[in-house]
Write a new protein. Structure first.
Lengths: 322, 205
């Protein structure tokens, strides 16, 4: 890895993407090769799911690359659009009333753009407190002006919670891309890459582990597969992967291990929380197919990132004493 | 590309961005046959939603109905309904010497498809109101035209009555199987059947 450090930052990032697309291409080729043989119907289903997930990963990787190539403005805009679509899906699944119309307008067309402008312009102090302090105050005021006391707390809480997850959480992805750490300027892409890889590793390993272990689920009503041991295995794998990737980050190996654990653990728990929300909304499984209202499960895909990104971002800032 | 065409594409894009405008073709495929789509009516946004859910080539031949007094009252409203949507104008106030359905009949004669909201007015919520008889008269005059029921879901949340700015919430339009007027079928029975066909689409998942 020593030779890598002699490259310029541009070259290192270029190599990162080359590696990423290389691996993806290889996986796609192998997957395609498998379709040439006849598969039993059971495996067929698994394969279809695999193809769907792979397509999502491709899409994510290409978006990530575009975000990097085009720079701060477009990157922020891109994550802003994803956040918009996720929040749209969230609100579709939540019961709101007529009186919430104005608060929703404020959330979609006021809070969302402003939060991403703050991220894009690197005002990280205001960026951190804008949603938890100012928006938390403004939304219930606007809702109360709607003159409808029925289930007021519930409605306001849902709107605010959605903002926290879909807008606040998501906005930490471009913030990571743009943050300037001492001696690490211009390499935010590595941080985002690190976060995504670590979170994804935790999820995949947790899924596999829970299938292999067949432990009693902790909360059967919410998830039939979530168990503490599988979660721990996932998070520890994330820590290991994080430590192996330390050369790409501003961390030393041990902090990289800890950061990997934090990101992986929060990501998996975030997904678990999203499952609870889905159950509450009465959606059994999005399974990649559009439901009646056209919710396609974007929320599912980005939820781990939305939960892990703020925790990770602020851990990084603490660590560097920014 | 001319200005109205570009404006149309922009409008369809915005409608998709805000509502997703998912079209579910449950009872029939989207084909370039002459059709009358009839749907529940809850919001001003209804027409735009159906229109955006149609494939591009069907949009050009599918026309909405617009109240002349309201939609020609300003230059912009008039331009949008005339140039972008190619709307069929009807007069709301009934006069003795004129059949209110005549502009619709003319449009059907020239081969266009129509979208109508047979409730006549925007309902507040839930079940649609009883249908007005226009649908029956059109079905009687044009037996060759397919009558396609459609259910528009969730749109009342996007833009409740009295609000101007839409909130982004996913909506869908479910298209059902075409109906036909049975020989000798009574007007009331037919309208009831048509309304039931629309309501039945509500529960399809």
């Amino acid at each position: 890895m020593g030779a890598l450090r002699t490259f310029t930052i541009e070259q290192q990032v270029g190599l990162l993407f080359l590696g990423l697309f290389g691996v993806l291409g290889l996986v796609t080729l192998i997957g395609f090769g498998r379709t040439l043989r006849d598969l039993p119907s059971e495996e067929q289903e698994l394969h279809e799911r695999f193809t769907r997930e792979l397509r999502a990963v491709w899409l994510g990787a290409v978006l990530f690359w575009i975000a990097w190539v085009t720079g701060a403005v477009v990157a922020t805009l891109l994550f802003g659009v994803i956040s918009f679509l996720a929040y749209r899906e969230f609100i579709t699944l939540t019961q709101t009333r007529r009186a919430d119309h104005r608060s929703l307008l404020l959330a979609f067309f006021g809070v969302l753009p402003l939060q991403f402008v703050l991220a894009g312009s690197r005002h990280f102090d205001l960026f951190t407190v804008f949603v938890p302090v100012y928006v938390f105050f403004a939304i219930p005021v606007v809702s109360a002006l709607g003159n409808d006391p029925q289930r007021f707390l519930e409605r306001t809480a849902k709107i605010q919670w959605g903002i926290m997850v879909c807008i606040y959480g998501m906005s930490h992805a471009p913030a990571l891309l743009l943050i300037d750490l001492p001696g690490y300027a211009g390499r935010g892409a590595f941080l985002v890459f690190y976060l995504v890889v670590v979170v994804a590793a935790a999820q995949i390993v947790q899924e596999l582990a829970s299938r292999k272990l067949r432990r009693r689920p902790v909360a059967r009503a919410i998830s039939r597969s979530f168990s503490w041991r599988a979660w721990l295995i996932g998070a520890l794998t994330a820590a290991l992967v994080g430590a192996l990737l330390y050369w790409a980050t501003p961390f030393k190996p041990i902090p990289a291990l800890v950061m990997g654990f934090i990101a992986g653990a929060t990501g998996s728990l975030g997904e678990f929380v999203m499952k609870a929300l889905k159950r509450d909304a009465g959606v059994r499984s999005w399974g990649g197919k559009a439901s009646v209202t056209g919710a396609v499960g974007l929320l599912d895909r980005v939820a781990p990132l939305c939960f892990a990104a703020p925790v990770f971002f602020h851990s990084v800032r603490w660590y560097f004493g920014l | 590309m001319k200005l109205p065409e570009a404006a149309g594409l922009l409008l369809a894009f915005v409608a998709r961005l805000i509502t997703g405008a998912q079209g579910h073709w449950y009872g029939c495929p989207p084909k370039a046959e002459q059709r009358i789509y009839f749907a529940n009516h809850q919001s001003h946004f209804d027409w735009v939603l159906i229109w955006a859910a149609l494939p591009g080539d069907l949009r050009a031949v599918t026309r909405p109905i617009a109240a002349r007094d309201y939609w020609t009252s300003s230059a912009l409203k008039h331009w949008i309904t005339r140039e972008v949507f190619n709307a069929v104008y009807v007069v709301r106030q009934r006069t003795d010497d004129q059949d209110p359905l005549e502009p619709l009949a003319e449009a059907l004669k020239s081969g266009d498809s129509l979208v109508i909201f047979p409730e006549g007015t925007r309902g507040s919520k839930g079940e649609p109101q009883p249908f007005k008889s226009g649908l029956y008269h059109l079905a009687e005059q044009f037996p060759g035209v397919q009558l396609v029921p459609a259910w528009i879901d969730n749109v009342q949340r996007v833009m409740p009555k009295g609000e101007v700015v839409p909130v982004p919430i996913l909506c869908s339009v479910t298209f059902g199987a075409p109906l036909q007027l049975d020989p000798g079928e009574d007007k009331r029975a037919f309208l009831e059947r048509a309304r039931n066909a629309v309501v039945a689409l509500k529960d399809i998942r």
